[in-house]
Design a protein around this ligand. Structure first.
Ligand SMILES: Cc1ncc(COP(=O)(O)O)c(C=O)c1O
Length: 357
């Protein structure tokens, strides 16, 4: 028998959304972009040469410099990773000794507690308010080795203000602002990573740049801390192709910005239609998804019926507070029309839950 750490043997791993191998789905369950810039694809194809036999640049030097320029920071303030998940993991590894704990609002991105647990650290979950407001006092009182705040948050897309984040940063060891969805918001919080000595901002190329399949993300933070993350990362944590795609995506940023704006418009139109046609609650979102509260219908039934029509959306069945809702990514216009048509069909026939929730 292979001996395994008892805490790891008991661990419930992160449950990723369904990623079907076959096409033909309207895939709105993991907040991917409906499009990728044609110029980025062309650059990727050009990068497929026999240079792939060589290791990539270990610190993604060129991309790192470009990202630093984008944020008005020195390159030493940036680390590039294999998705922002990689960077979140490095941060936890850097600050959590076994027995430490981290703090995070609840519900939020469910990877934080898993990464912490792998490191032997517990998570103090601080419940969000009724409208998903940030429980800043509880988060500060939890005194985590690191405090995570996703803004916009997952699953409702709630964005948090600079002042409340500043207040929290002043009362915590390290504040990580996870901005995987920041490009879809009206404002971002990257400036806080430059302004404050204990704030890291993490970003992703998965959502805003349509590169989820390549795995690319980064963090912006105090150079001395970013240095530590470089010491503990895998030597070659970002592939040649991912580095090339990231640089190309920044060259095509005007194309991406037009997509972000179109996504914001589609998000608001979709939310308005869901409220108007079906009377359901949709929380205000600053991300590329919305959270639809399904009461008085049963979210499990609605999700199943959508899947029967080849439409995938996400439900968090194990989280009582949000289990009767569905998180729907904002896809193409045709995708959103398909969801609205399917819901009209499904809700006309769906039973109303006996408990009225
Ligand atoms: C809040 C949040 N942070 C980070 C990530 C992971 O992003 P990446 O694909 O860059 O690892 C996700 C993905 O769903 C997310 O929702």
């Amino acid at each position: 028998m292979i001996k395994i750490r008892p805490d790891i043997a008991a661990l419930h791993g992160y449950a990723p959304g369904l990623q079907p191998d076959e096409g033909g789905w309207v895939k709105l369950n993991t907040n991917e972009s409906p499009r990728v810039a044609p110029g980025v694809l062309a650059r990727l194809r050009a990068a497929v040469t026999d240079a792939v036999r060589l290791y990539p640049n270990p610190t993604s030097e060129e991309l790192r410099a470009r990202l630093a320029e984008r944020h008005g920071a020195p390159p030493q303030a940036v680390i590039v990773g294999n998705g922002s998940d990689d960077v979140l993991n490095l941060i936890i590894r850097a600050v959590c000794a076994p027995g430490a704990h981290v703090a995070a609002p609840h519900p939020s991105y469910s990877l934080y507690p898993v990464l912490a647990a792998i490191q032997g650290a517990a998570t103090v979950h601080c419940p969000l308010g009724p409208q998903f407001e940030l429980p800043v006092r509880q988060l500060a009182a939890a005194r985590g080795a690191v405090t995570f705040v996703a803004s916009p948050n997952n699953p409702a897309g709630t964005a948090y203000g600079a002042d409340e984040l500043r207040w929290l940063a002043a009362r915590t060891n390290l504040l990580v602002i996870d901005e995987a969805y920041a490009e879809f918001a009206d404002e971002d919080r990257a400036a806080l990573a430059r302004e404050l000595p204990n704030v890291c901002v993490t970003r992703s190329f998965s959502k805003a740049f349509g590169l989820a399949g390549l795995r690319l993300g980064y963090a912006l933070g105090p150079p001395a801390f970013i240095d530590v993350l470089h010491c503990i990362k895998d030597s070659y944590n970002v592939s040649r192709l991912a580095q090339a795609a990231g640089a190309a995506a920044l060259d095509e940023i005007a194309w991406a910005e037009a997509q972000w704006q179109a996504t914001r418009v589609r998000r608001e139109d979709f939310a308005k239609e869901i409220r108007r046609r079906f009377g359901l609650t949709v929380y205000p979102s600053a991300a590329n998804f919305v959270f639809v509260e399904c009461a008085p219908y049963d979210a499990e039934v609605v999700q199943r019926e959508l899947a029967a029509r080849r439409i995938l959306v996400r439900r968090f069945a194990d989280e009582p507070r949000i289990a009767n809702g569905l998180r729907v990514s904002i896809g193409s216009d045709a995708d959103m029309q398909a969801v609205l048509a399917a819901l009209a069909d499904i809700l006309a026939a769906a039973p109303v839950r006996a408990d009225g929730r």
